[in-house]
Design a protein around this ligand. Structure first.
Ligand code: GRF
Length: 204
């Protein structure tokens, strides 16, 4: 399955997907890394791996979010993309792009959803005193961080953890989870579960 990865910054999850997809038995290949931010650090890594990159700056479209998404959608279709992975793509999507890619667009979120949607998940997990935290790969729907869950990985919250130490532990889990979850979806083994139905926990 040809896959596009959408990034806005560091791109470490994108790199994990690129590395996994380089294995001969992996059921997806990364055909495009697309950024909405010029000079996103992840772009240089993708180029170094020989992956085609494209930047479509949202700033060029002013307040017209859908016009930006129409440009993104056209680029995805031009490359024959079959699945889209959001990986640190820091844009709220409009219904246009969500509907265009329904069932074919995944996101990774750094918490065990439905706990801690939105930003600052690690600080909020520490403040809440949870003992388990983690990450979630889910289908993208119109409500932010709410689509059907494909897979999750849990990590412990340890005594003395800081936001940074917890973020690093979760990020390492993200780098294992996202390639595993994408493989499930690409093989058609995850399907599109009904809302609230989780097909698999910790497939690692
Ligand atoms: C990750 O923590 C991801 O879960 C969240 O944004 C961060 C992106 O990091 N959506 P990177 O760009 O993949 O390094």
């Amino acid at each position: 399955v040809p896959v596009a990865v959408l990034i806005s910054g560091r791109g470490s999850n994108m790199r994990a997907l690129v590395a996994a997809a380089a294995r001969p038995d992996y059921p997806a290949r990364i055909v495009l890394v697309l950024s909405n931010v010029e000079g996103a650090p992840g772009l240089a890594h993708a180029e170094a791996s020989g992956i085609p990159t494209l930047t479509i700056p949202h700033r060029a479209f002013g307040r017209d979010r859908e016009a930006h998404e129409r440009a993104v959608d056209a680029a995805l279709r031009k490359e024959g993309v079959g699945l889209v992975c959001l990986a640190g793509y820091m844009r709220l999507l409009t219904p246009f792009l969500v509907r265009a890619w329904a069932g074919r667009m995944l996101n990774i979120h750094p918490s065990l959803l439905p706990a801690f949607p939105g930003l600052d998940t690690h600080a909020r997990a520490l403040a809440a005193g949870v003992k388990l935290h983690g990450c979630t790969v889910h289908h993208v729907t119109e409500a932010m961080d709410e689509g059907p869950i494909v897979a999750q990985a849990a990590v412990p919250v340890l005594p003395g953890d800081t936001e940074a130490s917890l973020a690093a532990r979760v990020l390492a889990a993200e780098h294992r989870l996202y390639p595993a979850a994408l493989a499930l979806v690409a093989r058609g083994e995850a399907g599109v579960p009904a809302p609230g139905e989780s097909l698999l926990a910790n497939p690692l």
